[in-house]
Ligand binder design. Sequence first.
Ligand SMILES: [Zn+2]
Length: 327
Amino acid sequence: MRNLIIGLLAVMLTLSIISYAWPLILALMIIALVGLVIVLIMKNRYFSSDQFKEIKNEIASVVSEHNEISKYVDEIRGGRRFNIGKSTSGMHAHLAKSKNTSSWKYRRDRNVADYGSEFVHNAGLQVVRNAQADPIKYLMKYFDIPATEEKLAEVEEVGESISRLENAIANLKKREDAIAITVSPPKYIRTFFLKEFQRQLGLSIPALQIPYPQYKFQYVSAGGNSSQVTSITLNGKTIDTLLETMAEKIKFRQSAAGQRALMTASFRNHIKTRDNFTCQYCSLSVSQEPNLLLEVDHIQPLSKGGLSVEQNLQTLCWRCNRTKSNK
Ligand SMILES: [Zn+2]
């Protein structure tokens, strides 16, 4: 808001110099300035009031639990793999150098193919267009994600990381909303000073973006005049569809392998519902703690050959799951 008012003042100042209406503009400037000072005084009084400090003490444990989950979000983001498959279209590109040696004024390499990334597949225009129409099929084909049991488990693991992060971040947002309702600050505080509000309460807000891998199909014409890109974001939805497509193919080839369940969003919900939204270790449940962060855990991990079947899955609260995976 301060930036806005400073900008407004700058505009008014410029206008007052060039305009005849300068007395009016000067008056408006003074009003805006006085308004700003009043709001800042009100804000400082609010944060130093006994009432605010009292509420802050009351919710200290809620804030500290929020901050623990915030730390947990950083752990998930830092400790897990979010990628799967890669393109080999630029595999040895780093061994070569290219230079535009045209002596014409108009350089024609406006569009340059990106060979540096494993997640960019350089291809002809037809492939780029088809990838748009049939993204999963093209993702599998050109980024080396074959429909095998092994790869399926790998995709499930990546899907799990992404879903845990999405789940934990959604949970943090719910907690922040609940805190805001409990504290119930004046509206101008939430509108203009939300960051300061969170800082004053001692809330630590982690980076909320999820590092969804992006896969690109890219075409660059020979002269560099035109280019086209199709990109696929590997978010929860894409992963679920990818899993279903892979399983469909595996089932087609050998019937027994296709019988296992898939770790999709709806299957995770199914397990949580089956367990009555209750942690199977500490028995804490959503009915006791509405904002409890629950996760679905493989009793025998995927990496140790555990399968995604009902008997091998359980609902755990984030605390118990973190303790389990640290062991
Ligand atoms: Zn638990």
